[in-house]
Design a protein around this ligand. Structure first.
Ligand code: FES
Length: 116
């Protein structure tokens, strides 16, 4: 399911948080208006995913918030430890719904927006 089809999906251009709010090499679960997603940061790159594991539709962060793998290449579902690539969201048998994110002037923004 595409992220935009989820109930309460944010709008393109919505500001989610400051880049500085997500520490390098970590993930942050964010809930806005009932829409839960994950922001993943490695160096100055960010990726976003709907925070629902396609295995059982539970939040990946259901049992713990620290779900980055030790080598910072995968998200590990806290329920059954399925691995998902942090850049694509692809798992062995299924994939996370990717939310496009962009950093604009130090803020993490939904979608691809042009700088003013
Ligand atoms: S709910 Fe995520 S792997 Fe089972």
């Amino acid at each position: 399911m595409d992220w935009i089809d989820f109930p309460n999906a944010p709008n393109i251009g919505d500001v989610i948080c400051e880049l500085a709010d997500v520490s390098e090499g970590t993930t942050k679960a964010i809930l806005t208006d009932g829409f839960g997603f994950l922001v993943v940061r490695r160096k100055d790159h960010v990726w976003g995913f709907v925070n629902l594991c396609p295995h059982q539709f539970l939040p990946l962060t259901h049992r713990r918030s620290d779900i980055m793998s030790a080598d910072a290449t995968a998200l590990l579902c806290s329920n059954h430890s399925m691995r998902f690539d942090i850049e694509t969201g692809q798992g062995e048998t299924c994939a996370l719904s990717k939310v496009p994110l962009q950093v604009v002037d130090g803020e993490i923004v939904i979608g691809r927006v042009k700088r003013a």
